[in-house]
Design a protein around this ligand. Sequence first.
Ligand code: SF4
Ligand code: SF4
Length: 234
Amino acid sequence: MALDLRINKYADVPMEEKQRLFDEVTRDERFEEYLYGCYECGICVASCPSARFYDFSPRRIAQAVAREDVDLVYTLMNDSIWDCSQCFSCDRCPRKNSPGGLITIMREVAVNNGLSSAQEALEGYGRIVYKIMGTGTQVSPDMLQPNAFPDWGPHVKDISDNLDIWRRALPPETLHTTETGWQVDDKTIIELYLIWHMTGVMNMIQEVDEGLYEILVDVMEERLEEEGYDVTFD
Ligand code: SF4
Ligand code: SF4
């Protein structure tokens, strides 16, 4: 759906709230390195894969933030930033901006504040997040099932129906089967759990998906307790 910026979809959101989120973005310690002003040259748009497929523009993001257009930044934070694929091709900006970096900050602010757009954008990834954070390792090929990721579209069924053939086409032998995956040793998984706890990652998960948070906390607390750690997540 086209993003019509002439209509302020969020006119009923108080300006103080929009300003608060904008300030949270600009207060981030990475912000100064990601925005120096904008020539409006469009080089970032030309290099952006998402701009080819969506009504999305890294230039729009950089300009809105540079002009301190608090209203527009709020709209983009809800309706646009989730279309970015975080490839950072836009870092070739001649002004040394990083629209992708700005988007990273905006996403974090959206998640930390539990914006419903963030919850919706991340809804389809709960199983992936659970798998990666629960085991500390990758999404395994056997997870590619149509009923696991309905939002990935009908082509997933075609792939899953012929998964054996697809796997054999991949050079690494570990991907020829669902039996093997990278093993994560005990020390590493405990470190990962502690890092996610201490750096606020778990708080971010809680803001966007309470159910997923509860499941992860159960898994992590049990494992940490087994290893002699007394960690409380709430
Ligand atoms: S490449 Fe840089 S200067 Fe050019 S439009 Fe994009 S953000 Fe602005
Ligand atoms: S990081 Fe995002 S905005 Fe930048 S080029 Fe990649 S998809 Fe486009």
